[in-house]
Write a protein that binds this ligand. Structure first.
Ligand code: UDP
Length: 150
């Protein structure tokens, strides 16, 4: 089973959208295997967004992510990385479709509510960065047979 790293950013937490985001992943059928509300250190934020370190928005992004708590989560399911990105919507809320999290709740790219890993290898790196192994629970939901054919 594939896993992805999902983070509700400070704006999503401050706007009371934690339950809304979790509900969307749950209703889709994905399984929550790890979750914590936490303050993010500058070091962790810089590591997480390392790929963007030379971009003009990097400083502001790190400031934002460390400004207020986030909810870090790991979700599991078939194709959860790509499917999670579909649930989240395009990076810029101008282009995110209605029905997606960013499309329904976001207005600007710098306050787009949520992060989701963009590839399976990125997900593995991000999960290892944000969670320790004992913080992740491997379990099979009772409805598994109603979500998958095998
Ligand atoms: N971002 C920003 N300004 C930009 C581009 C990106 O503030 O011009 C932020 C935004 O929060 C985005 C994050 O940087 O979610 C990471 O950018 P990426 O292109 O990786 O988008 P994502 O994978 O989050 O959709």
């Amino acid at each position: 089973m594939e896993r992805t790293f999902i983070m509700i950013k400070p704006d999503g937490v401050q706007r009371g959208l934690i339950g809304e985001v979790i509900a969307r992943f749950e209703r889709k059928g994905f399984t929550l295997v790890g979750m914590k509300l936490m303050a993010v250190s500058r070091e962790l934020a810089e590591k997480h967004y390392d790929v963007h370190k030379d971009k003009p928005f990097f400083g502001g992004l790190v400031e934002f992510i460390t400004s207020s708590p986030v909810v870090a989560m790991v979700w599991e399911g078939e194709n959860v990385v790509a499917s999670g990105r579909t649930l989240i919507g395009a990076t810029n809320p101008i282009s995110s479709a209605p029905g997606t999290i960013r499309g329904d709740f976001g207005i600007t790219i710098g306050r787009n509510l949520i992060h989701g890993s963009d590839a399976v290898e990125t997900a593995q790196r991000e999960i290892a960065l944000w969670f320790t192994e004992p913080e992740l629970a491997s379990w099979t939901p009772a409805n598994h047979g109603w979500l998958y054919e095998d």
